[in-house]
Design a protein around this ligand. Structure first.
Ligand code: FAD
Ligand code: FES
Length: 254
């Protein structure tokens, strides 16, 4: 098993970038410099007894002296994390999982649903030819990313509609790789919109409730098209779209 590294990381800054959405920057030394886009960390949000488990968050981007995360406050763990102060030290496991397969790819289309676009900054920093389309319910759920085309359900920013409205056959055919990240229902709709002969290009960043984060607890299974399951934390979180059993995944209800 790959060594799991735990690092004491110093909170450098924390800012609310959208209502209830925080960007947190850590100083971590050199340990994260080899992190790949799409990998995640498990953050110990509190030194107290509760919440017990760490919280998995995608590495948003690397910085000169560490890394940044972008997270949504949805429950007790993320609320606790949103209250940390610069200078505090948090224990972080990572980088964890398999990220996007970016070797030798020439051009990317990144398709994000709401805060699912959080990790795209890291791909944008690593690759030269990247187009981004983001769909969200409204302007206050749109991750700020340069050069992205935005569509919102209420039309409060960008055009009005769903992200699938932006996925023309022409756009899909024009790129070598497609990365999708967002809620499962959104990702399934994007997958279904992509023509069958273009689906080999698709990679998907999965999410699951997690316990350990490194393959031990069996708590993060993603159903596979070949039958059985793979672990989101260890064999993912990024999978090829064609390897996922979309029907069973959606029915699982995460
Ligand atoms: C690999 C990975 C990467 C992630 N990256 C990010 C990220 O970059 N930014 C971000 O904001 N969030 C991310 N998440 C989701 C984040 O881990 C959860 O929102 C967080 O753990 C919730 O903890 P909580 O204690 O605040 O909420 P809880 O009290 O545990 O749950 C509150 C609500 O959120 C739902 N929820 C909790 N965990 C998940 C999950 N993993 N997927 C879907 N719904 C969940 C619960 O069902 C519940 O409805 C990621 C998850 C995974 C597995
Ligand atoms: S979270 Fe424990 S095996 Fe994946």
């Amino acid at each position: 098993m790959k060594e799991v590294r735990e690092v004491n990381c110093v909170v450098k800054s924390i800012n609310e970038v959208l209502p209830g959405v925080f960007s947190i920057s850590f100083v971590s030394g050199s340990i994260f410099t080899n992190a790949q886009p799409g990998q995640f960390v498990q953050v110990e949000v509190s030194g107290d007894a509760f919440p017990v488990t760490r919280r998995p968050i995608t590495i948003n981007r690397l910085t000169e002296d560490g890394f940044e995360l972008l997270f949504d406050v949805v429950g007790r763990g993320t609320r606790t994390l949103s209250c940390v102060e610069p200078g505090e030290v948090l224990r972080v496991l990572g980088p964890l999982g398999h990220g996007w397969q970016i070797d030798k790819q020439k051009s990317w289309l990144l398709v994000g649903g709401g805060l699912g676009a959080a990790g795209f900054a890291f791909i944008q920093d690593s690759e030269e030819s990247v187009q981004i389309v983001i769909g969200a319910s409204s302007a206050d759920r749109v991750v700020p990313l340069q050069n992205s085309t935005i569509i919102t359900e209420d039309g409060s920013i960008g055009s009005k509609g769903l992200v699938t409205d932006l996925l023309t056959d022409e756009l899909v055919k024009s790129v070598d790789s497609i990365a999708i990240c967002g809620p499962v229902a959104m990702m399934e709709a994007v997958w279904n919109k992509i023509a069958v002969d273009q689906r080999h290009k698709v990679q998907v960043s999965s999410e699951s409730r997690m316990g350990c984060g490194w393959g031990v607890c069996d708590g993060c299974s993603i159903p596979m098209a070949s039958g059985g399951y793979k672990k989101c934390c260890k064999e993912g979180p990024v999978f090829l779209g064609k390897d996922i059993d979309w029907k069973r995944w959606k029915e699982a209800g995460l």
